[in-house]
Write a protein that binds this ligand. Structure first.
Ligand SMILES: NC(=O)c1ccc[n+]([C@@H]2O[C@H](COP(=O)([O-])OP(=O)(O)OC[C@H]3O[C@@H](n4cnc5c(N)ncnc54)[C@H](O)[C@@H]3O)[C@@H](O)[C@H]2O)c1
Length: 384
C-alpha cells in the first residue's frame, strides 16, 4: 500500500487533512510512534512491511528468543532497529511507545503484562491473554498505567464489514434471525504451538468469525459448543511428529439478543485449494439471514472480496464493495499506531477482544461439560 492509499484508508473523518499536518509536525519534531516487535516469525513478514508504509511509525526494536530471526528480519526489511534476544533486555534498553506481540499464542499474556508494567502500549496478536481472567487484568493494568492494550484481529476495519453493519443497522435485512461463519485450512506446519494447550483452532481461526459475527450481531449472551481433536498427531517442520493437545475442530453456537442465533465452524482439517493464504477464494464464508433479506460475505472475513445482498423476491442478488479500499488483515498495528499518534479512538476495541476471548474459553467449557455457558462480557455496539 502506498502512502496515498494509506491516507485514503484511515477511515477517520477529515483524516487526510489532519494527517498531512500531523505528519509534518511529526517530521519536524521527530515525534513518531516508536514500535518494538516481540516475535519475529511468520506473521512478522506481514506486519513489518505494512508498518513501513506509515511515515508516523518507526520500528526501533526487534526481539525474538531465536535471536537470528530478529537479526534476519532487520536485514531482510532494512529496518535499522536494535535487536534483542528477550523481552527483558528489550524493555530495559530500548525506548519505544508501542509493543507488538507476535509470538506463540501461549506467551501472549505473560509478554503483554511485562510490556504494560514497563509503561508500553500493546498491540497483541490473538489472543491478547491466555485466559479471560488474565485479559480483564491486563485491561485493568493498562487503565491504571494510563496506557492502552488492543488485540487482533482487525476484521471490523474492512469496508465489507462496514457495509454489512450499515445494512443491518438500517434495517435492510428486516428482523435478523440467523448467521453462520466458517474458516479452516489443513493447519500450520511451521510451529507446534498451534496444537499445544491454549493453542487450537478457535484462538487461531475461529477468532475471526467470532469477531465478525459479534461485531455485526452484537454481544453474545451465551455459548454452546462441541470441539474435538480429529488428527491426534501432526508433523511439524524441523520437529517431526507431535501430539495434538488442543481442538483442531470446533462448532460454536452463540445466542445474541432478540433471539438471534449464530453458528461458527473452524478447524485445522478443512481441505481448501486456496490454502492458508486464501487468495482468490470466490465462495462466501459468512452469511446473515433476516426476514427481509440475506447477505453473504465473499472470501474470508479477514480477506474479504465483496458482499452479496439479496432483498428482492424478483431481482437477482446484488454485489457490493468489490474495492477493498486498501484494507489488509495485517493493518491492525499500523492503525493503532496511527490512532495513538492522532489521539483518535480506533474502531478496534479491547472490550470486543475480551468478549471473543470469553467466548473461546466458554466454548471449551461447554464442550467439556456438555452445558450452555452464560457470558459476562459486553462491548460497545453497534460498531459502525
Ligand atoms: N502466520 C500467520 O500467517 C499468522 C496470521 C495471523 C495471525 N497470526 C498469529 O501470530 C502469532 C504468531 O504466529 P506465527 O505464525 O508468526 O508463529 P511463528 O512460530 O512463525 O513465530 C513466532 C515467533 O515468536 C518467537 N517467540 C516465542 N516465544 C517468544 C518469547 N518469549 N520472546 C520473544 N520471541 C518469542 C518464536 O521464536 C518465533 O520466532 C500467533 O498468535 C498467530 O495466531 C499468524
Amino acid at each position: 500500500m502506498n502512502r496515498a492509499t494509506f491516507l485514503k484508508n484511515t477511515a477517520i473523518a477529515g483524516a487526510s487533512v489532519l494527517l498531512n499536518s500531523l505528519e509534518l509536525f511529526a517530521k519536524e519534531n521527530n515525534k513518531i510512534i516508536r514500535v518494538a516487535i516481540t516475535g519475529c516469525g511468520s506473521v512478522s513478514n506481514r506486519y513489518i512491511p505494512h508498518l513501513q508504509t506509515s511515515s508516523l511509525v518507526k520500528i526501533v526494536g526487534l526481539c525474538d528468543i531465536i535471536y537470528e530471526r530478529a537479526v534476519e528480519q532487520n536485514e531482510k526489511y532494512k529496518v535499522g532497529a536494535t535487536t534483542f534476544s528477550n523481552i527483558d533486555a528489550l524493555l530495559k534498553d530500548c525506548e519505544f511507545d508501542l509493543m507488538l506481540t507476535l509470538t506463540d499464542m501461549q506467551m501472549h499474556g505473560t509478554l503483554n503484562r511485562k510490556a504494560l508494567l514497563a509503561g508500553k502500549n500493546v498491540w497483541s496478536e490473538k489472543p491478547l491473554a491466555n485466559t479471560y481472567k488474565e485479559g480483564v487484568e491486563l485491561v485493568e493494568l493498562a487503565k491504571q498505567k494510563g496506557i492502552r492494550i488492543w488485540g487482533a484481529p482487525a476484521v471490523v476495519t474492512s469496508p465489507q464489514f462496514e457495509f454489512m453493519s450499515q445494512a443491518i443497522q438500517s434495517g435492510k435485512l428486516g428482523k435478523l434471525a440467523s448467521a453462520h461463519g466458517q474458516y479452516g485450512h489443513t493447519g500450520p506446519t511451521w510451529s507446534s504451538f498451534f496444537y499445544e494447550p491454549l493453542g487450537g483452532s478457535m484462538p487461531d481461526l475461529g477468532v475471526y468469525n467470532m469477531a465478525t459475527l459479534t461485531g455485526l450481531l452484537g454481544p453474545a449472551k451465551s455459548v454452546m459448543a462441541m470441539t474435538s481433536i480429529v488428527n491426534k498427531q501432526r508433523e511439524i517442520d524441523k520437529k517431526g511428529i507431535i501430539k495434538v493437545n488442543e481442538e483442531d475442530n470446533a462448532h460454536i453456537l452463540l445466542e445474541h439478543e432478540n433471539g438471534i442465533i449464530s453458528h461458527i465452524m473452524c478447524g485445522f482439517n478443512y481441505f481448501d485449494p486456496f490454502g492458508h493464504e486464501a487468495k482468490n477464494q470466490t465462495l462466501h464464508s459468512i452469511q446473515i439471514f433476516g426476514d427481509k433479506g440475506n447477505m453473504r460475505l465473499i472470501g474470508y472475513d479477514w480477506e474479504p472480496k465483496s458482499v452479496v445482498l439479496d432483498t428482492s423476491w424478483t431481482n437477482p442478488p446484488e454485489t457490493f464493495v468489490t474495492d477493498d479500499r486498501g484494507y489488509q488483515w495485517q493493518e491492525g498495528a499500523t492503525r493503532i499506531a496511527n490512532s495513538l499518534y492522532n489521539k483518535i479512538e480506533p474502531r478496534i476495541n479491547v472490550l470486543h477482544s475480551l468478549h471473543v476471548l470469553e467466548i473461546i474459553e466458554s466454548a471449551r467449557k461447554s464442550s467439556k461439560e456438555g452445558i450452555k455457558v452464560a457470558l459476562n462480557s459486553r462491548f460497545p455496539w453497534p460498531m459502525v
